[in-house]
Design a protein around this ligand. Structure first.
Ligand code: ADP
Ligand code: MG
Length: 317
């Protein structure tokens, strides 16, 4: 039987993880980053992410600059998800032989410009020819004060569930791209949110400094799926107030015009790269923009209050 039929994505990762024991003090598979304690009062954070042509992007649609930007952004977002500061990235490219130099230059410009926002240098990587598809792998290193990284498994019953910004723009932007639609200013903004996500590093670091903030992750697959990761890791459930989920005016405008379900984009669509976190009700969160969308419950069910639907997030397989 294929790994896909037998195990699925998370079953496969679990099967790999079972073969290795994690040294004491380290955090391995299961969070946005691995955590490796250092002797200087800091923890090192490490993550890696792959983008494959045909799965994560279409070469004819994505311009190389945007793809370079996004490749760096989605990785640095995993550092933000832990509340860390990005330190450096490593870039590996498998390039089909028909890629021209201008394409590579565009890609690297986008990668450089996003990296510059966070003063995060590229320190190495690997390059190889690919017989067919373009494949991009980035590894990112970050750091945070010892023991301060926010994990997925620390949500507590009674916590508020919050997000750092509007959801669904990226998913709607992808619909605009794939539908080949004509773009007004609103649609253009959604497309930009899809191609040029901005990792919430500043917000993540501010949240990491607050003891009242418990669990955190970045929203890569949509809260329908990502919130489940927090719930499973924490052994809790949640009630989400569907009407409280923040939607941008651009998303509302385009969805009304096209007859799309904005909520479906916000919950089931991925790649917003906002932060999803839980916090004690008395935590002072005034240092960052955020919206409360629900609460963590002892009961392990996930309830979408104000909607008859049972939302799922984006599935990779
Ligand atoms: P994210 O959405 O934040 O990128 P993923 O869902 O891709 O996280 O991965 C979930 C967890 O599984 C992470 O901790 C990641 O490091 C781990 N993981 C994924 N694939 C593998 C693999 N092939 N081997 C070991 N660990 C893996
Ligand atoms: Mg992540």
């Amino acid at each position: 039987m294929t790994y896909l039929d037998e195990l699925g994505e998370f079953g496969l990762i679990g099967r790999i993880g079972k073969q290795f024991s994690v040294p004491r003090g380290m955090t391995g598979i299961g969070d946005d980053c691995a955590i490796i304690p250092q002797k200087n009062g800091m923890d090192t954070l490490v993550s890696t992410d792959m983008l494959i042509e045909g799965t994560h992007f279409l070469r004819e649609d994505a311009n190389p600059y945007d793809l370079g930007w996004k490749s760096a952004a989605v990785n640095i977002s995993d550092i933000a998800a832990m509340g860390g500061k990005p330190v450096a990235t490593f870039l590996s490219l498998a390039l089909p032989k028909d890629i021209d130099t201008a394409w590579v230059d565009g890609f690297i410009s986008g990668y450089r410009d996003l990296s510059a926002v966070f003063s995060c240098p590229l320190l190495g990587g690997d390059t190889t020819a690919s017989p067919d598809r373009l494949c991009i792998n980035v590894a990112v290193l970050g750091e945070c004060p010892s023991g301060k990284a926010k994990k997925r498994g620390d949500a507590r019953p009674g916590d508020l569930i919050c997000v750092t910004g509007p959801l669904g723009d990226s998913a709607a932007g992808l619909k605009v791209i794939l539908g080949g639609m004509e773009r007004d200013a609103d649609a253009e903004k959604l497309v930009r949110r899809h191609y040029r996500p901005m990792p919430r590093v500043k917000e993540g670091r501010a949240l990491a400094a607050l003891d009242g903030v418990h669990a955190m992750m970045d929203i890569s697959d949509g809260i329908g799926s990502d919130l489940r990761h927090i719930l499973e890791a924490s052994g809790t459930g949640a009630e989400v107030d569907v009407v409280a989920i923040p939607l941008s005016p651009e998303l509302a405008a385009v969805c009304t015009r096209e007859g799309w379900d904005a909520l479906d984009c916000a919950v089931s669509g991925g790649e917003d790269y906002e932060l999803l976190f839980t916090a004690a009700p008395d935590a002072d969160l005034s240092c960052i923009a955020h919206t409360k969308i629900g609460r963590i419950t002892k009961d392990t069910a996930l309830v979408w209050k104000g909607s008859g639907k049972d939302f799922q997030g984006f599935r990779h397989f």
